[in-house]
Design a protein. Structure first.
Length: 312
């Protein structure tokens, strides 16, 4: 009787092995940053990459194993739960939501990753975290605004910068939106890099995905509009939270405007120089550029006679 039978079991399941390896590498990148080691800031923002490789290459079970392994590794290494909570809040939970909704396109027989709802979640998740923080810090002494003002003032003092009241106010108004935008760039950048690496090795679950085709669900623009209305009607002393929620919810609409821009410029012969010029102008004129991108996305989605369907 032949004994050369294929090995079975959890230890020989590629999904388990990929998930465990991805979780350990991701946790190592985060711990490298938490311990203040050289290049830690760069490695921290690359921590979602192993998670995305496991999920986009081996499926949702592998991804969940990776997140669980990373969380346990962070808890074992740290004397408190704070590093694990920061990791899960910044990468673990939002990446899980993005992957679950993106893989629905494959599960429903579409053959491609769904992009619409994941794009919306890049605003919904930070908005939910912001509201949770506002509720947990609610107090007669000023709540979230007071905590942010103290944190910004301490940061400016640490950098040796004078802290005029107007500068601090402007920073705390834009802080949540800036963090949400950076988190969106980090998550989508790591997901795009993971998809590209997996396709080169023939391991990607989904074929090539054109991120520039992403369109928000048609109900999404109503959410920042409602948040803007709440900000306009709020007491000026308590207007920071609705303003921050409104700006955070606008982040996916800015990204959709960029996607529309890339789509519209695809036939252009000088596409690369034009995109470089546009990105430079966006960096210099950030606020007007963001407004124009939001308008461009809205016109593309609602103003065209035959608008592209939302990728939900």
């Amino acid at each position: 009787m032949s004994t050369n039978q294929p090995s079975t079991g959890l230890a020989n399941d590629p999904r388990f092995l990929a998930g465990a390896a991805g979780g350990l590498v991701s946790a190592l990148a985060a711990l490298w940053a938490f311990h203040g080691l050289p290049l830690g800031a760069i490695l921290f923002w690359l921590a979602p990459l192993p998670l995305c490789l496991a999920g986009l290459g081996f499926g949702l079970p592998s991804f969940l194993i990776a997140v669980a392994v990373a969380g346990v590794a962070l808890l074992v290494d740290s004397i408190s739960m704070l590093p694990a909570l920061i990791y899960l809040g910044a990468f673990g939970m939002p990446a899980t939501l993005l992957l679950v909704t993106a893989l629905r396109g494959l599960a429903h027989g579409g053959g491609h990753l769904a992009l619409g709802l994941p794009l919306a979640l890049l605003g919904l998740w930070p908005a939910a975290v912001l509201l949770l923080a506002a509720l947990s810090l609610a107090s007669p002494e000023g709540g979230l605004e007071h905590a942010l003002r103290e944190a910004v003032s301490a940061g400016l003092v640490h950098m040796g910068v004078e802290e005029p009241e107007g500068l601090v106010t402007q920073v705390i108004r834009l802080q949540a939106a800036a963090m949400a935008l950076w988190l969106a760039v980090v998550l989508t950048g790591n997901a795009g890099l993971a998809q590209w690496l997996l396709r080169r090795q023939g391991l990607a679950l989904a074929p090539e995905t054109r991120w520039s085709t992403a369109r928000l669900p048609r109900w999404y623009p109503a959410l920042p509009a409602l948040a803007a209305a709440a900000w306009l009607l709020a007491d000026p002393a308590h207007a920071l939270v609705p303003l921050s929620v409104c700006l955070v919810l606008l982040v996916p609409m800015v990204l959709q405007g960029l996607a529309v821009l890339h789509t519209r410029l695809r036939p252009a012969k000088a596409r690369a120089p034009l995109l470089v010029l546009i990105y430079v102008l966006l960096l210099v004129f950030s606020l007007p550029g963001a407004i124009m991108l939001v308008a461009l996305g809205l016109v593309d989605q609602f103003g065209r006679r035959n608008p592209p369907p939302a990728n939900t």
